[in-house]
Design a protein around this ligand. Structure first.
Ligand SMILES: NC(=O)c1ccc[n+]([C@@H]2O[C@H](COP(=O)([O-])OP(=O)(O)OC[C@H]3O[C@@H](n4cnc5c(N)ncnc54)[C@H](O)[C@@H]3O)[C@@H](O)[C@H]2O)c1
Length: 338
């Protein structure tokens, strides 16, 4: 499969690596609007500089391709992805599906109308930790999930588009955690209440901190607190999670997963005290490929077999509705029903 990668700086590095490592996907060409980045990346990755074009329509005229990888900033996702879908080329596109809900709906509608696959890079689903959580919850050993808490605190100084966004934490980062909630619970958000704020020392123009409550359609209640301008004691990128389940608790701390199960309610003196087994650390599942490598292999498989992926635009629009529902709840101060 020959692909055109649009956007080769920043996160484009992860996709350049993934394609160069792949035995079945190769480059037809590239699109990059920044000439310095184009020159630097051509040198760093041994790319043919003559195959780096200034726009996708120009690249499509010049080279024959089977698919497009879109790694541009969110405000360009609609233009690039819809252009590719309308040319009949499947798209592997970085999250978020788009920078706003209107663009995201237009992309999902274009994927639906053309019948061409648009798969979204929700790579946090495809990490050993996430797969371990998913396996434990799906095994049923802990029973139903009634509630989950997520805490995420980091302080990255990225520069660039994130520092100008209105809701950088929610739209660019916590989107991975909200998408993971949908994935782990197998359910979609129904109600939202949320507050966001920008700490006085924040280096972001928009709100870098938030507290969010989500009621899922299956009854599970999720609370999320996070900040992207925390000054110390950071969590991992996955954050810390606690799943309150019918027969025990699944705890995720510092990228390690722990399970503790209820054995019985105690009897005799000290009665009514829950008796548990010893907390055990769950070994992380082994994955041959993870993150962008997994997404690329899944995309290749879907395109060549005429299938969809786990994170198609038609599925991902529900993550976008959740994310922009949270933004609406923050901006209005009112609870939202989706
Ligand atoms: N999945 C993840 O974990 C993850 C991590 C980081 C970024 N991302 C996503 O990747 C996307 C890109 O983010 P980034 O951090 O790489 O941004 P960036 O600004 O660092 O890099 C974007 C690149 O695209 C180029 N570009 C911009 N507009 C273009 C256009 N119209 N056509 C061609 N090239 C264009 C830029 O010159 C730059 O090289 C965003 O949607 C971001 O949310 C995902």
């Amino acid at each position: 499969m020959k692909v055109i990668q649009v956007g080769i700086g920043g996160m484009g590095n992860a996709w350049l690596h993934a394609v160069q490592k792949s035995e079945v996907v190769d480059f037809a060409g590239f699109v990059e609007i920044n000439k310095d980045i184009a020159r630097r990346q051509a040198e760093a990755y041994g790319l043919d500089a003559a195959q780096i074009y200034p726009s996708l329509p120009t690249a499509l005229e010049a080279v024959a391709a089977d698919a497009v990888i879109n790694v541009t900033p969110p405000q360009f996702h609609r233009e690039v992805t819809v252009c590719a879908l309308e040319a009949g080329l499947p798209v592997m596109q970085e999250k978020p599906l788009a920078g706003n809900l209107e663009d995201a709906r237009a992309i999902a509608a274009a994927a639906e109308a053309t019948g061409v696959l648009c798969s979204v890079g929700q790579n946090y689903r495809y990490l050993p930790l996430s797969q371990t959580i998913k396996n434990i919850l799906d095994s049923g050993e802990l029973g139903a999930v009634a509630a989950l808490n997520v805490a995420f605190f980091k302080g990255p100084h990225f520069g660039g588009f994130r520092e100008a966004m209105a809701h950088p934490l929610i739209v660019d980062m916590a989107i991975h955690h909200f998408d993971a909630m949908r994935y782990f619970l197998g359910s979609d958000a129904a109600t939202i209440s949320a507050r966001s704020w920008n700490p006085p020392w924040s280096w972001y123009a928009g709100d870098a901190s938030a507290a969010v409550h989500i009621g899922f359609a299956n009854g599970a209640q999720a609370s999320y607190t996070g900040s992207w301008c925390s000054q110390a004691q950071e969590t991992t990128w996955n954050g810390n999670w606690r799943f309150e389940c019918e027969r025990g608790v699944l705890l995720v701390e510092d990228d390690r997963a722990y399970v503790q199960k209820l054995l019985r309610v105690g009897e005799g003196p000290g009665a009514l005290v829950n008796v548990h087994d010893d907390r055990r650390e769950a070994p992380l599942v082994h994955m041959e490929r993870m993150a962008q490598d997994y997404l690329l292999a899944e995309f290749y498989d879907a395109v060549t077999r005429g299938r969809s992926t786990g994170t198609s635009a038609q599925d991902n629009i529900k993550t976008m509705e959740l994310v922009f529902g949270i933004v609406r709840a923050c901006d209005s101060g009112e609870p939202i029903t989706l």
